[in-house]
Design a protein around this ligand. Structure first.
Ligand code: SF4
Length: 372
């Protein structure tokens, strides 16, 4: 029986040419590939440990399948080889972040992380933002579960009486313009229900407001457990006074803040857990080293052979791991995605941690003896 073309794609000479190119030139080894449209616009970036097989599978796609749709629009395919699956994953993610290809919707449209931000305004507030930038604000994160974190930060805002009104607040604190007291009306109902310290009408001094912000900062740094205790007490008191609805609202708020506190602890331990030298086999047995700090792959290179290569590697290991940790706003916009990718890699493959070494252990074992 004559082989039947699996789809109508190959009726187009352009696609037959692409398939023949892949057949002739691509190798079955780990790699990353990209597909471009008629005007050179990026359509899709993918990866595979068997690059040639993956690319050829596109030409067998059925109408309605995503590969069919991608290939139908494709005018150029290019690829590059990488040493192993980990490198492929990393390179794919970086290319997607850089080119934002139309069909990589999962990576491009759904940012699965968020930062907590204490703004640098005259009267700061607490926000959940998708990017950390060097704008003088304080950032914490990245955290997963953006919607949950946004809700928990709202709880923290209410519990501490911080403002959440939009825009900058020019109104002075009570210690700065006392003569206006009584003449101004609060900007919103939160002042009346007591959930905001109301700096808009001089409801607190600048110092009181700063102390509230400090509590938020400490909480987001992992301390500040006292806040949870007082919330728990308030909940019990409300229940004791038969204010069950209010007690239930406090309980929900308490649970969310406890959960956020765990996320903060997890963030801190993730930074420590994901800091090591990772040695991984490359294609055809050549090993590579990945210098991973706080979940970010700061450098990668072939395992050093010989004294001079080991000296260079040791210098790099020292430079990277002895530098002060990078604060979120200095990480670059795509660092969060990389941290979660690396965390996910080791989470799904716990045995991979046996290939990691602390920088000190690596230097002691593999560094050049005169530098050790
Ligand atoms: S009470 Fe005033 S400061 Fe507080 S959120 Fe409302 S407008 Fe802003």
């Amino acid at each position: 029986m004559a082989p039947r073309p699996a789809c109508g794609l190959l009726a187009a000479p352009r696609l037959r040419h692409l398939r023949d190119t892949v057949r002739r030139e691509a190798e079955d080894r780990p790699g990353v590939y990209g597909m471009w449209g008629p005007s050179g616009e990026p359509l899709y970036v993918g990866k595979s440990v068997r690059l040639r097989s993956r690319l050829l599978s596109y030409f067998r796609a059925e109408p309605g399948e995503k590969p069919f749709r991608i290939l139908r629009d494709t005018h150029r395919v290019a690829w590059e080889y990488v040493p192993n699956e980990f490198s492929a994953l990393l390179r794919e993610m970086r290319l997607i972040q850089r080119h934002r290809p139309r069909y990589n919707v999962v990576h491009v449209r759904r940012r699965g992380f968020v930062f907590a931000k204490i703004t640098s305004e005259a009267v700061p507030k607490l926000l959940a933002v998708s990017r950390a930038v060097p704008d003088g604000s304080l950032y914490f994160g990245p955290f997963p579960r953006p919607r949950f974190v946004a809700e928990a930060l709202r709880d923290l805002t209410y519990v501490l009486g911080l403002r959440d009104c939009p825009g900058p607040l020019k109104t002075p604190f009570s210690d700065q313009l006392a003569f206006l007291e009584g003449l101004r009306r609060p900007g919103c109902l939160r002042a009346e229900v007591g959930s905001c310290s109301a700096p808009c009408v001089g409801g607190c001094t600048s110092r009181e407001y700063r102390e509230r912000l400090d509590q938020a900062r400490r909480f987001l740094e992992g301390s500040g457990g006292g806040l949870l205790l007082s919330l728990e007490r308030a909940m019990e008191e409300a229940a004791g006074n038969l204010r069950f609805e209010y007690a239930a609202a406090l309980r929900d708020r308490l649970f969310r803040l406890q959960d956020l506190h765990r996320e903060v602890a997890d963030l801190r331990s993730r930074g420590e857990r994901l800091s090591f030298v990772y040695r991984l086999r490359g294609f055809r047995g050549s090993s590579r080293l990945y210098l991973i700090r706080g979940g970010l792959v700061e450098a990668e290179f072939p395992c050093p052979k010989g004294q001079r290569a080991r000296e260079r590697a040791a210098r790099l290991v020292r430079t990277i791991f002895q530098a002060p940790p990078r604060p979120p706003e200095r990480m670059g916009p795509d660092a969060a995605a990389e941290i979660f990718l690396v965390a996910g890699w080791f989470h799904r493959r716990p045995s991979e941690t046996t290939r990691t070494m602390s920088p000190d252990a690596w230097l002691a074992r593999f560094g050049p003896t005169e530098m050790g």
